[in-house]
Design a protein around this ligand. Structure first.
Ligand SMILES: [Ca+2]
Ligand SMILES: [Ca+2]
Length: 376
């Protein structure tokens, strides 16, 4: 399986125009974009573009793949630690260092088992491609681990974003389906964290002086599956809520986003959770969904190819099998578009030319890499 993935033919040649592999409905024919199938993966989780237009793609089972959209070439990247991919576990996010041109550093996250318990780890390594094409990360080191590691296979989170000045790394830790850790000041679970580039807690984090874990930037989160800065430096986050409670939040330092004390959704067993209410001390989401979309990946769109969407958030919807656009206006956000993609969408990425790239989730949703460009 691994070796068969190398040098596969670009599917764009065979499944691109005129409807492709999916039957096109009348509604989808009205989409303002053309969808091209570029490649097929197993169960991809995340991707990021290199400066030369190639991309790194992570697979849930633990492989990182260097993919070239120009010719469809897939090269496995060596040096990646073993992921524990049971349940929601995976080799997760992959993001380039803000100074990749100089240091070739790649940051990535993965779930791992240690001493009988599990958690999400953050690692980095130096991209190295030999003249014969063999590719690996050198000097791979785990620089941060969620605390504590617990049992179970869910809600790892593990999304990575660098601050616009390139000085800090924001890393998300899910609450591991344990709920209460999201409010525990000592735990990093259910938190947005602000770290130095070496993985140590950044100095000046807002709650450290109150006895919180020094890495914590905000808390009261559930399963954070997307984090992105906008052009003005605001930090946006999306999280998979309980039944009827998916959220987009504007992340501000030191605030409590409420989980599991409040939520616009309710527990899956039907028990209610108090909704967000003014004055309750918890920061309310800017947007929430009921029924849910099950947000997977998140980007802030800054490209020129879709000028009408510049400054919007794009979200990949898992259970909703959709691409979701959220319009931003300063600190406010509003639902704008939700397009049926006919497959669970795990990841959204912006390409070098401003095209939107999507990764299907795998399993029943194939795991294809899709490129969206303006419809004529
Ligand atoms: Ca990405
Ligand atoms: Ca509620």
């Amino acid at each position: 399986m691994r070796h068969s993935m190398m040098f596969s033919l670009p599917l764009a040649l065979i499944a691109c125009s005129g409807g492709g592999a999916n039957s096109q409905t009348a509604a989808s024919a009205e989409k303002p974009f053309k969808t091209s199938v570029i490649a097929d993966f197993e169960s991809p989780w995340a991707m990021t573009f290199l400066p030369d237009g190639r991309a790194l793609v992570t697979e849930k089972a633990g492989e990182m793949i260097l993919f070239d959209p120009k010719n469809g070439t897939k090269i496995p990247v060596g040096g990646i630690p073993q992921s524990d991919s049971a349940g929601q576990g995976a080799l997760m996010d992959v993001v380039l260092s803000p100074t990749f041109d100089d240091d070739k550093m790649v940051y990535f996250s993965f779930s791992e088992a240690r001493d009988g318990v599990k958690g999400v780890a953050l690692a980095k390594g130096r991209f190295n491609q030999a003249s014969d094409g063999a590719t690996k990360l050198d000097d791979v080191a785990v620089i941060f681990r969620a605390s504590p590691y617990v049992d179970g296979n869910g809600h790892y989170s593990g999304r990575i974003a660098f601050s616009p000045d390139g000085k800090y790394l924001f890393f998300t830790n899910g609450e591991r389906q344990k709920m209460d850790p999201a409010q525990d000041p000592k735990s990093t679970l259910g938190k947005v964290l602000r770290l130095n580039l070496d993985g140590t807690p950044a100095s000046g984090n807002p709650l450290a002086a109150k006895g919180f874990n020094p890495a914590i930037w905000s808390y009261g989160h559930r399963n954070l599956l997307g984090i992105a800065f906008d052009a003005d430096g605001r930090l946006w986050e999306q999280e998979m809520g309980p039944k009827g409670g998916d959220e987009v939040n504007l992340i501000k330092p030191g605030l409590n986003y409420g989980w599991p004390k409040v939520s616009n959704g309710s527990h899956y067993d039907g028990r209610d959770i108090p909704d967000h209410a003014a004055g309750d001390g918890y920061e309310a989401p800017k947007v929430s969904w009921n029924p849910v979309i099950s947000p997977g990946g998140l980007i802030y769109y800054s490209g020129d190819l879709f000028p009408q969407w510049k400054g919007s958030l794009f979200i990949g919807g898992l259970s909703s099998q959709s691409l979701v656009r959220v319009k931003l206006d300063g600190e406010t956000a509003s639902k704008a578009d939700q397009w049926d993609m006919g497959a669970r969408i795990r990841e959204v990425e912006q390409g070098p030319d401003g095209a939107l790239w999507l990764l299907e989730d795998g399993g029943k949703s194939q795991g294809r890499l899709l490129k969206l460009t303006p419809a004529a």
